[in-house]
Design a protein around this ligand. Sequence first.
Ligand SMILES: Cc1ncc(COP(=O)(O)O)c(C=O)c1O
Length: 403
Amino acid sequence: MPRTGRRDPTIVTHAGRAPRENKGFVNPPVYHASTVLFPSMAAMRRCEADPFNTQENGYNYGRLGTPTSEALEDAVNTLEQGYGTISVSSGLAAISTALLAVLEAGDHLLVTDSAYFPTRKFCDGPLRRFGVETTYYPPEIGAGIAEMIRPNTRAIFLEAPGSMTFEMQDVPAIAQVAAARDILTLIDNTWATPLFFKPLTHGVDISLHAATKYIVGHADAMLGTMSCRTAETWRKVKMTAVQLGQCAGPDDIYLGIRGLRSMSARLRQHQEAGLTVARWLQGRPEVDRVLHPALPEDPGHALWQRDFSGACGLFAMVLKPVPDIAVDAFIDNLALFGLGASWGGYESLILPGYPNRFRTATRFAGPGPLIRLHIGLEDPADLMADLDAGFGHMARAIADAAA
Ligand SMILES: Cc1ncc(COP(=O)(O)O)c(C=O)c1O
C-alpha cells in the first residue's frame, strides 16, 4: 500500500474510491456477488494460481473479495499504514480469525486481563479445545511481559485501553519484547479507531477493529477489519479468513465505507463531548473516579499522551459504594442514554460492568459499581442534565430503601 503522505481527514474522505473508474459517481458501487465469470480457461487458471492478486488476475469468487470489500480494506489500510487489510463479518470475527491465523496446537498465548470479554471466551473455549493455552497478564505490565513468555509463546494480544476498565498499555514496549523473540503481537484497536492510534507503526503485527463501532458509526451494521504490518502476515491472515469462509456482506461493507467518510468529524465531536461529560462527572459527589486516559489524573495518561493523538467517546466512572437498587434507579430513569452493549454510534449509551466476574490476573479495585458511558453526538449539556436527573433518582432510591 503506498504511503500517501496525506493527513487522516483527507484520507478518510478520499481513500478507497475512484470516481473516474466508476463513470464519475463519487461513491464506489456495491457489488452483490457470488459467481464471477472468467473470460477464458487461461484466465481462470491464472486466477486460481494466485486468487488474492485481483489487480492482475481479476476476481475469483464473491467470498474471496470484491471491488466493494477492497474499497473498505484499502481505506482502512491507508489509515493503519499497513501492508494489507482484510474485512470480515464482525469485530469478534476479526479477533478470532486473526488468532487462528497465527496460532496452532501446542502454542501458548498471552492476553491482557482487560480484554473484551468475548475475546476471553474465544481463547478459553475454541482455542483451548484446539490445543492453545492462554495466560492472562496485567494490562500495565509493559516490558515486564518478558517474564511471562514461555518457550512455546507464539502471540501476545493487547487491547489499549481496555474497553470496560480503560487501562492503557505500553504497546511499543510489549511489541519490542515480542519482536525480539519472534512472537507476533495483535491489538484490538477499536477504542482509538484507525485515526487516533497507529499500532503497526509501533511494531505491532496485526491491528484489529470492530468496525461495527466508529467506522460504521451509526449502530446499523456488523463489520470487522484486520490490518497487517507485513506481506507474510497479511497472506497468512487472508488465507485463514478464506479457509474459514469469512466474508462480510456488501451492504454492510458499504455502510462501513460511508461511515468512514465522516469518521474524523464525528470523532472530534465524540472526543470533545466525552471529555466535557467526563470532567463534569469528576466533580460529582456520587462518583469515586472517572476512567478516561485523556484525563490528566488517569494512571494511563502519560502513555496515552505519548502514543495516541485523540480519544473517542467511551469511558467509565466508578461510583462510591451504593446498592444495586440505586444503580437501577439511576440507569432506568435516564432519557437520553440507552442501556445497551455496543458503542461507536451517534447515540449515547450506558452499561454497568463487572470486571471481577471474569478477571484472573488482576482484581479491579472498586470501591463502588463500574458504569461505562458512550457519549454520542447529542449536546453534552443535555447529556449532563440527563445524568443529573438520574443521580436525583439514585438518591431517592437510596432514601426510600433507608426509610
Ligand atoms: C473492544 C471491542 N472489541 C471487539 C468487539 C466485537 O465487535 P463486534 O460486536 O463487531 O463483533 C467489541 C464489541 O462490543 C468491542 O467492544
